[in-house]
Write a protein that binds this ligand. Structure first.
Ligand code: CU
Length: 177
């Protein structure tokens, strides 16, 4: 079992490396990276990370549930920011804020969940390894059943997605203090 999974992961890495050879850096284009490791509940598509030197950043893309059962993502971590949270964006008192999503991201069997600026995203709470455009970040997702998966996201310059962070459900924020 373990040996088999390892082989698949190695194959996936080689595939990504091969894809990178003829990838041309084109401004404005969304880096396309996908993972199709057999046996995994989720497949990721077009995942990317907002470039950051430090502080907060976020991972976006599409999570597709190719299994016959509902999958709930409850935790995330990454090589760039070990500390991560699952965020949603909501309007509170007329202001767009992002906050931890209760219960995580649930993707129905055969369904998909889009992570995009202004919507749900995987939040990097404290970038410890700077993310430059085109560099790879390995992200690990943990599911409600305890299983996990890894995928690689590419750094991409992006100016948006700067919602105020609201750590809890409390409406009180102290900005600019
Ligand atoms: Cu966030």
């Amino acid at each position: 079992m373990r040996l088999g999974l390892g082989s698949v992961l190695v194959a996936a890495v080689l595939l990504l490396a091969a894809c990178g050879d003829d990838a041309e850096p084109s401004a404005g284009a969304t880096p396309s990276a996908s993972s199709t490791v057999a046996g995994q509940a989720l497949v990721v598509k077009d995942v990317w990370v907002k470039t950051a030197q430090s502080g907060m950043s976020a991972v976006f893309g599409t999570l597709m549930n190719t299994s016959g059962a509902e999958v709930t993502v409850v935790k995330a971590t990454s090589t760039a920011s070990p500390m991560m949270e699952l965020h949603e964006v909501a309007t509170v008192d007329g202001e767009m804020v992002m906050r931890p999503k209760d219960g995580g991201f649930t993707i129905p069997a055969g369904g998909m969940h889009e992570l995009k600026p202004g919507g749900d995203h995987l939040m990097m709470m404290d970038v410890t390894t700077p993310v430059a455009a085109g560099t790879e970040v390995t992200v690990t997702l943990t599911f409600a059943d305890g299983k996990s998966m890894q995928f690689t996201a590419l750094g991409k310059d992006f100016a948006g997605g700067n919602e105020s962070y609201q750590p809890s459900a409390s409406p009180s924020t102290s900005m600019g203090g």
